[in-house]
Ligand binder design. Structure first.
Ligand code: ADP
Ligand code: RBF
Ligand code: MG
Length: 176
């Protein structure tokens, strides 16, 4: 299947390793069994949709951001750049594939059960098993730098109405 590929689904819990072990939270996307792209690390664009309070969780130390978000529901984020991993996480030997999206922005809240609209634009590399966690973290840091550059060429897709919905106007200024 040729890129870009569009995925719209809810955020589900994973093993909790992204934030804790890799300093890189990844929103795991549900129901990707039929996604027919090769496994690997990709970059692209993402929009976060939060309909109600049950889809929003406070992050410790960021009460104000959480309260601001509550006041802005239902929330449709601006379209943001993302890096994602699609596959078996060979570093950790998962037995099922996952699609894990790291939004290239510091959000300061959690959004389990919210929805993501993801446009996977470009493959950056294959998944790898590194000699140590530090090496994987360095690789992810480089992916993020590279993705911020690569995604620029896909910026025009941000206004494509078949992928993304208009952001909620009231929240844009508060969160940027
Ligand atoms: P899990 O294993 O449950 O996916 P992670 O440690 O990978 O846990 O953290 C992912 C969660 O962190 C996401 O589901 C989301 O609620 C939250 N999160 C906060 N900021 C971001 C971000 N910039 N990108 C992706 N997820 C984020
Ligand atoms: N997992 C791997 O096993 N090998 C990788 O090369 C790898 N690269 C990644 C690159 C990026 C940009 C991201 C966001 C994740 C990557 N992962 C990789 C997935 C990572 O192991 C996973 O997100 C965490 O284990 C949390 O589930
Ligand atoms: Mg994750």
């Amino acid at each position: 299947m040729s890129l870009p590929v569009f995925v719209h689904n809810i955020v589900v819990p994973g093993f909790g390793r992204g934030s804790k072990q890799l300093d890189c939270p990844t929103a795991n996307v549900a129901a990707i069994e039929h996604l027919s792209i090769p496994t690997g690390i990709y970059c692209g664009l993402v929009q976060l949709l939060i309909k109600d309070e049950s889809q929003l969780q406070e992050e410790e130390g960021h009460r104000q951001t959480y309260d601001d978000m509550l006041n802005s529901l239902p929330y449709q984020s601006p379209v943001k750049p993302m890096v994602c991993s699609f596959g078996y996480n060979p570093q950790f030997g998962n037995d099922k594939r996952s699609l894990e999206v790291h939004i290239l922005d510091r959000l300061n809240f959690n959004f389990y059960a919210a929805e993501l609209r993801v446009v996977i634009c470009k493959k950056m590399r294959d998944e790898q098993k590194y000699g140590s966690l530090e090496e994987l973290k360095n690789a992810i840091t480089n992916d993020i730098i590279q993705a911020n550059k690569d995604v620029k060429q896909f910026a025009m897709l941000s206004s494509n109405a078949s992928y993304f919905l208009p952001p909620s106007a009231s929240t844009i200024d508060k969160l940027h």
